[in-house]
Design a protein around this ligand. Structure first.
Ligand SMILES: NC(=O)c1ccc[n+]([C@@H]2O[C@H](COP(=O)([O-])OP(=O)(O)OC[C@H]3O[C@@H](n4cnc5c(N)ncnc54)[C@H](OP(=O)(O)O)[C@@H]3O)[C@@H](O)[C@H]2O)c1
Length: 156
């Protein structure tokens, strides 16, 4: 199974503010949708609550939580249990948030990064990975747009 993280961050690695995204870029939401569509997505409980407790359509939604259980989505109290459940899958996306990226980025094989060009204020960050580009991470795709860039990295 390929484990891929998908994230949008600003130049300072800000990814969230007050439990929400600090920005709204419809281009990025469309990219997220077409990249993850048809594949399982794993998220932290905070992200799931942010979605209003509604799973994203067309993808198997998996929630990580040590305290909550949801009837309508598989919820796991550990990442290993979630991976065991998904072991037959070709690719699985980690869609955040901060706690989830921080703990499991080391296990990811691919990174789908949206670089947001503008700076934002925030309280949640993606872990620093850019110092490992060229040693751990190899850029395999880059699409530069006016306000953002879509970049894909593969573990070397
Ligand atoms: N820009 C982006 O691409 C992007 C993507 C996603 C999210 N975000 C932002 O990130 C922020 C949310 O991130 P966050 O760090 O606050 O929360 P989070 O990572 O979404 O969720 C944290 C929760 O996940 C559960 N959890 C964490 N580690 C676990 C483990 N090892 N096993 C089982 N459960 C585990 C815990 O739930 P319990 O407390 O229930 O035990 C924990 O409270 C929001 O602002 C959101 O908008 C941004």
């Amino acid at each position: 199974m390929t484990l891929a993280a998908i994230v949008a961050h600003d130049p300072n690695l800000v990814i969230g503010k007050g439990g929400d995204l600090p920005w709204h870029y419809s281009e990025d939401l469309k990219y997220f949708k077409r990249t993850t569509m048809g594949h399982p997505i794993i998220m932290g409980r905070v992200v799931f609550e942010e979605l209003g407790g509604n799973p994203l359509p067309g993808r198997e939604n998996i929630v990580l939580s040590r305290s909550s259980n949801y009837d309508h989505v598989p919820t796991f109290s550990s990442f290993d249990k979630a991976l065991e459940y998904l072991k037959e899958e070709e690719i699985v996306f980690l869609i955040g948030g901060g706690e989830i990226y921080r703990q499991f980025l080391d296990q990811c094989d691919k990174l789908f990064v949206t670089e947001i060009h503008q700076n934002y204020e925030g309280d949640t960050y993606f872990p620093e990975y850019r110092d490992e580009i060229g040693t751990t991470w190899k850029e395999i795709k880059r699409e530069d747009h006016d306000k953002l860039s879509f970049v894909v990295y593969e573990r070397m």
